[in-house]
Design a protein. Structure first.
Length: 178
């Protein structure tokens, strides 16, 4: 059971209803994470705005690889379930690719470099080595793209921390631990 109350759409502040409705329309339901976030309209607006902006960074397969690498590093079962589901259903990643992403890797060498860099960012709290920075550059990422990888990692750290803190009730199919 979640340690933070998960409001229904109608219990959430009125200012969040239109965004919750849009999420529900897109996903077919309103995931628990968004309902928890809606408890705090300012946090909800900030997260939604940040996610919207970051949805244009890099490509969807790379964003999902970063999400899985960061989420595995933060041991967030709610987000692992969500991103594995999204990886399979929307991104169309194979089970093998998802398993590699969770380890900070990929079958695609450039994507592997992004996932590994994101994992290192989280594990080192941003203090990556010169070698790790050189490796992501050698894979073909520009400095603006490296900033995007870092911002995406932070986005996923934020939702991982909220869901770990709240012990958000799962509403995506469960995945096995690595």
């Amino acid at each position: 059971m979640a340690r933070i109350a998960i409001p229904t759409r109608d219990q959430a502040p009125t200012s969040t209803h239109s965004t919750l409705d849009a999420i529900g329309s897109q996903a077919g339901y309103i995931p628990n994470m968004f309902r928890i976030l809606a408890s705090s309209p300012d946090t909800f607006a900030g997260v939604i705005s940040f996610q919207g902006a970051m949805s244009r960074a890099l490509n969807v397969k790379t964003r999902d690889a970063i999400a899985l690498a960061v989420t595995q590093a933060n041991d967030c079962s709610y987000c692992l379930n969500a991103h594995t589901y999204i990886g399979k259903s929307s991104v169309k990643s194979s089970s093998e690719e998802i398993a590699l992403n969770r380890q900070g890797s990929s079958k695609d060498p450039k994507r592997a470099a992004a996932a590994m860099f994101a994992k290192a960012l989280v594990e080192r709290r941003g203090k990556v080595t010169d070698h790790e920075l050189a490796a992501v550059r050698a894979a073909g990422y520009t400095d603006p793209e490296i900033i995007d990888i870092t911002a995406l990692a932070v986005q996923f750290v934020l939702t991982n921390f909220i869901n770990n803190m709240a012990d958000t009730d799962a509403d995506f199919p469960s995945v096995s631990p690595v």
